[in-house]
Design a binder for this molecule. Structure first.
Ligand SMILES: Cc1cc2nc3c(=O)[nH]c(=O)nc-3n(C[C@H](O)[C@H](O)[C@H](O)COP(=O)(O)O)c2cc1C
Length: 252
């Protein structure tokens, strides 16, 4: 399974449609949902970063997902929030569109960490698990985007706790720690989506050999040559897996 990974300010419905010939899932956003995360996003824009900052983030999510209701790719929405209520509301919108709600426990910008979202959530597994449980309760298929190499965070244990809370997908930015994917896959029954540096057959197969159920492409997700190369590699891997009796579908 090949996914397109969120790129704030760029990963919208048009981006997803452009990647649809190659990928199975497009994770739009990230989008800041509550007052604190929106404040942080405004600060990011002020220092030159691209962000989605619509007046009404829930209406934006609904409109973006609606634009993909008939698209030949499954959609998801990567969300940043310091509070649980908007996660629940957005999960409900995602459920209406059969889309994946992806909780962002990944972004590391100081502005986002200062208000308690992004990778800071990795240090507060209980709060992150509560976010997951709320989104599951609202009926969505839930992914959590996590990052490797965060001091004091053992991702396999985190993945297990999030799976226990109901997460369907653990989306791991492995950074330079590719073998960590094997530990996460061993610790969790969730679908493991591996990310970072997937560009070709070798980089995709490395993650798949470590036990990832799928891979995602971020920065070159608008480059058809990269997507075609990775899509072919994933399809070849899955063909071998089917021969061996394995499956590679996103749950839910
Ligand atoms: C400009 C930019 C914006 C990003 N925005 C988000 C985001 O909003 N949410 C998120 O989970 N990851 C975000 N990411 C991380 C990517 O989804 C991905 O995890 C990372 O770039 C590593 O994958 P890659 O090597 O395929 O690019 C962003 C990355 C970049 C370069």
């Amino acid at each position: 399974m090949l996914a397109l990974a969120s790129l704030s300010g760029a990963a919208d419905a048009d981006w997803a449609r452009a990647g649809a010939p190659y990928a199975d899932l497009a994770l739009l956003g990230g989008i800041a949902l509550d007052a604190d995360s929106r404040g942080a996003a405004r600060e990011l824009v002020a220092r030159g970063r691209e962000e989605f900052l619509p007046d009404d983030p829930l209406a934006f999510v609904d409109a973006q997902l609606a634009a993909l209701d008939d698209a030949p790719i499954r959609a998801g929405m990567n969300v940043r929030s310091a509070t649980v209520a908007p996660i629940r509301e957005t999960a409900s919108i995602c459920a209406d569109h059969d889309a994946v709600l992806e909780i962002n426990a990944h972004c590391r910008q100081d502005e986002l960490c200062a208000v308690g979202c992004g990778e800071t959530l990795l240090r507060d597994t209980e709060r992150l698990a509560a976010f997951v449980a709320a989104a599951v309760d609202a009926g969505a298929t839930v992914s959590v985007k996590v990052r490797a190499e965060v001091d004091g965070v053992a991702l396999p244990a985190t993945a297990r706790a999030l799976t226990d809370a109901g997460a369907d997908v653990i989306h791991v930015d492995a950074m330079d720690s590719e073998p960590l994917i094997a530990d996460v896959a061993a610790a969790s029954d969730a679908f493991v989506l591996a990310n970072n540096g997937v560009r070709d057959r070798a980089t995709a197969w490395e993650y798949l050999a470590y036990g990832a159920d799928g891979v995602s492409v971020g920065r070159p997700s608008d480059d058809p040559a990269v997507l075609e190369r990775v899509a072919r590699a994933v399809a070849d891997w899955e063909r071998r897996g089917r021969d061996a009796g394995r499956d590679g579908e996103v749950p839910g």
